[in-house]
Design a protein around this ligand. Sequence first.
Ligand code: NYM
Length: 212
Amino acid sequence: NGHKSDSRGALIVLEGLDRSGKTSQSSRLISYLEGLGHSVESWRFPDRNTGVGQMISSYLTNKSQLDDHAIHLLFSANRWEKRSLMEAKLRSGTTLIVDRYSFSGVAFSSAKGLDMEWCKAPEMGLLAPDMVLYLDIPPEKAAERGGYGGERYEQLEFQRKVAHSYQLLHDASWKSIDASLPMEDVEKKLKEMVLDCVTTCQKGKALSNLWS
Ligand code: NYM
């Protein structure tokens, strides 16, 4: 069914506030695409399994303190250490559904007051997503959902600032989905958009780098 071996996979990123439903939707999308016979993998950032990822995890769980710039660069390094594997997977035809990416990096750090252009700089040259799906939810509504887990950043006041930063990052290539709708409705919309993107990439859309 048109799965040429030389066709590449799609790089699809889910972004949104904490508790916006990214992780649940990501696993539904994986099952959906697998069911259609696509090669697909679920990725997430931070990837806490690497050495850098362990430093990030210890920071997020308040076991260590780090300067705001230093942790920003670690989040970025954590994406850089996965870049070549990411490219190889995409070129071999595997679609990646990625839970958070550079946009989280910029949104969370600039919400602390760091300059947005400074935040973007270390992301330059990472692979650009073929599609960014933004799960749009008011911070108040996200906070009502079963409570936050108690990691750093999981507080209403800070999430409001992150929402504002996301708004500044948002461009025409982003697809916004109303994430306060019932899960099944969000899922239905996402499936359509994702399938469309996977098809476009199979047809030979070129890979590119951030930010463009
Ligand atoms: N986060 C995530 C950042 O501050 N910068 C980044 O570059 C990334 C990828 O880490 N609150 C923040 C957002 C989350 C936290 O993510 C952990 P998750 O999806 O809860 O594991």
